[in-house]
Design a protein around this ligand. Structure first.
Ligand SMILES: Cc1cc2nc3c(=O)[nH]c(=O)nc-3n(C[C@H](O)[C@H](O)[C@H](O)COP(=O)(O)OP(=O)(O)OC[C@H]3O[C@@H](n4cnc5c(N)ncnc54)[C@H](O)[C@@H]3O)c2cc1C
Length: 388
């Protein structure tokens, strides 16, 4: 049985990429007696389902800055963590079929370029030069981000976890947070079946289980887990790699090469509740194949070899929720990362550690304000591409 420490300066609930990044950054800043509670194993949650995509193409300044900060970390990951994260700049390519959609891209691209991201509108013919297998006759344009790319979610999560442990963090696997002690309305401890840990600070980094963990503190956390599938083909040399992560804006379908295989997703969004063992719906293969063959006709000859499904922890406006939970002292939220939690985890760790240790973060995080939903300020604005 796991022996729990009696006290901790902070308890992080959730050992996914977000929780491990926060733990590492807190430890690096000198907070060594932090505990991470992970009910399964490090990285076994929705982090293990991610496609590994990393892009600078986001609709808001804060998120673009998050991406650029994360890219800097991926760039030097090997030196800092002693692990090769498999970071490759394969690029992101969005295929655009209507003018109005293109106008939205142009507005966002102006912002992204101002902040230093390399993103450009290219012609359908140029898109086909990048990926010769594409059908482009119905496109009005494509949007190309050559500095975007991918890395391995497991490698990155384990890199954060290992360094955090070396710096003194206790990461306890197979231990579930079951209650929060809040005798006077503020966090005093976290309870588990194995015992309790006294702490003034609990951090909800529970991914798709964020709402459930929020309830432990009586806080409504508006994170909605939605299922998405990814399938992979048998080795398919007809499309030589590397291939940019290519998204068809008309259908939501995306694909890229993974070694010799093609990874493809129908871009589905489905409410199946918050089940830890996300069941697959093999019926979704037809949807994926239909969309794939429309955009990449040669895929008709590919054979699907397998697939998986995972939960994306969505919010109403597609922005994460980062900050103090309204109404409960000592309860911090770092949740709701949707389809981009892997790529934003390095930046999240850094800015959350600054906030908690310095009282403020060097980047304005008001976009992620947990209170925005109650204020009615979280309408679905220009959300940009739902890419992963
Ligand atoms: C199909 C798919 C493709 C994706 N592709 C990409 C991509 O290309 N790029 C990208 O950036 N993102 C992608 N994502 C999104 C990304 O996977 C998530 O945003 C990210 O992994 C969230 O990390 P997390 O640490 O918040 O959640 P998780 O990895 O789920 O970690 C939370 C952890 O909390 C634990 N937990 C929950 N409740 C408790 C409790 N009470 N006590 C203890 N532990 C608890 C869980 O076991 C879990 O391990 C994709 C997601 C899916 C489903």
């Amino acid at each position: 049985m796991t022996t729990l420490p009696r006290t901790a300066s902070a308890v992080i609930v959730g050992g996914g990429v977000v929780g491990c990044s926060i733990a590492y950054h807190l430890a690096r800043r000198g907070l060594s007696d932090v505990v991470v509670l992970e009910r399964e194993a490090v990285g076994a949650g929705t982090t293990s389902k991610a496609a590994g995509g990393i892009r600078a193409q986001f609709p808001t300044e804060t998120e673009v800055r998050f991406s650029l900060e994360s890219m800097r970390v991926f760039e030097r990951f090997r030196e800092e963590f002693g692990v090769d994260p498999g970071y490759t700049k394969i690029g992101y390519l969005f295929l655009v079929v209507d003018e109005e959609d293109l106008r939205g891209f142009e507005t966002r691209i102006a912002l992204q370029r101002r902040l230093g991201a390399d993103v450009r509108v290219i012609t359908p013919a140029d898109a086909q030069k990048l990926v010769p297998a594409l059908r482009v006759d119905d496109l009005v344009a494509a949007v190309w981000g050559p500095q975007d790319g991918m890395a391995g979610p497991a490698e990155v999560t384990n890199g954060f976890a290992r360094r955090a442990r070396e710096l003194g963090t206790r990461i306890l696997e197979g231990v579930e947070a079951t209650a929060l002690d809040m005798p006077d309305g503020r966090v005093r401890g976290v309870r588990t079946r194995e015992g309790a840990i006294a702490t003034p600070l609990a951090i909800n980094a529970a991914g798709p289980a964020a709402a459930r963990v929020g309830k432990l503190a009586g806080v409504e956390v508006p994170v909605y887990p939605r299922r998405r599938h990814i399938f992979f083909t048998e080795p398919f040399p007809e499309i030589p790699g590397p291939v940019p992560l290519t998204t068809d804006r008309a259908s939501g379908f995306y694909f890229r090469k993974e070694m010799e295989q093609v990874l493809l997703s129908p871009g589905d969004v489905e409410d199946i509740g918050e089940d830890t063992n996300v069941p697959m719906d093999w019926g979704k293969v037809h949807d994926a194949v239909e969309k794939a063959v429309h955009r990449v006709p040669v895929l008709e000859r590919a054979r699907i070899a397998g697939g998986w499904a995972g939960l994306r922890p969505l919010t109403l406006d597609d922005h994460a929720i980062i900050g103090w939970a309204p109404s409960v002292e000592g309860f911090f939220l770092a949740v709701g990362f949707g389809g981009h939690g892997f790529q934003h985890a390095p930046a999240t760790g850094r800015y959350v550690a600054e906030w908690l240790l310095d009282g403020t973060s060097s980047l304005d995080l008001s976009l992620f304000d947990p209170a925005r939903f109650a204020r009615g300020g979280a309408a679905a604005r220009d959300r940009g591409p739902d890419a992963e």
